[in-house]
Design a binder for this molecule. Sequence first.
Ligand code: AKG
Ligand code: FE2
Length: 238
Amino acid sequence: MSSRIRFVEIADANPNPSGSRDKQVIDLGDGSEVVYIPRFISRDQAWEWCEYLDKEIPWTRPSIHVFGRSCLQPRETCYIADEGLAAMRYSGYQPNAYSWDDYPILKDILKAVYEALPGSKFNTVLLNRYKSGSDYVAWHSDEDKLYGSTPEIASVSFGCEREFLLRKKPSKKPASRGAHQSNGKQHKGNTEQHAFVLKHGSLLLMKGYTQRDWVHSVPKRMKADSVRINLTFRCILT
Ligand SMILES: O=C(O)CCC(=O)C(=O)O
Ligand SMILES: [Fe+2]
């Protein structure tokens, strides 16, 4: 199968005086869209928040169930939610929901997200800590009834730069006659992919049908030798 990968990297030598911090909008087609703001938070502020989160968050590495097997999640995690929301669950694991009041810096980060994305609304944040390049998140989508059909997920990254990949899910349409080659082999066509190097202090927003139609991952990178912290702000429907 051939695959088409588009690397999306923002040249730092392209300052944007309008104050939009080099915001890039990537139209994935069919109502899916990604917005990337590489310099969302200033370097110094981002390091201050990164060090606080690294030290103060009660990180855990839970057991999860994948393909009928129990294994340790290949990254550490913590979950914060407004009171009274439906419980969040993934891969057979239901994280304990901490309160925003326990970690007030998360409210400051959320305020910065709201300033960059006017009109957005988030009531939970799932935090991930990748201690080294052998920590990762496998291909998945955050498609869940809890979030509705077109959820916005705002992802803020700190520390070690890691690759974030997006890959189109296979189409559910039945294969047309034209999809068969004359030798009888099925032609699978191009798999569309996008790759972002998520910078320290960056913001990436997934919106529209991105969870329904695309999967994403942060693959292992043995050369990545320091901690990365990622926060995904989400909204559970009430
Ligand atoms: O670490 C990242 O950039 C992505 C994390 C993610 O996909 C998730 O928590 O669902
Ligand atoms: Fe995700």
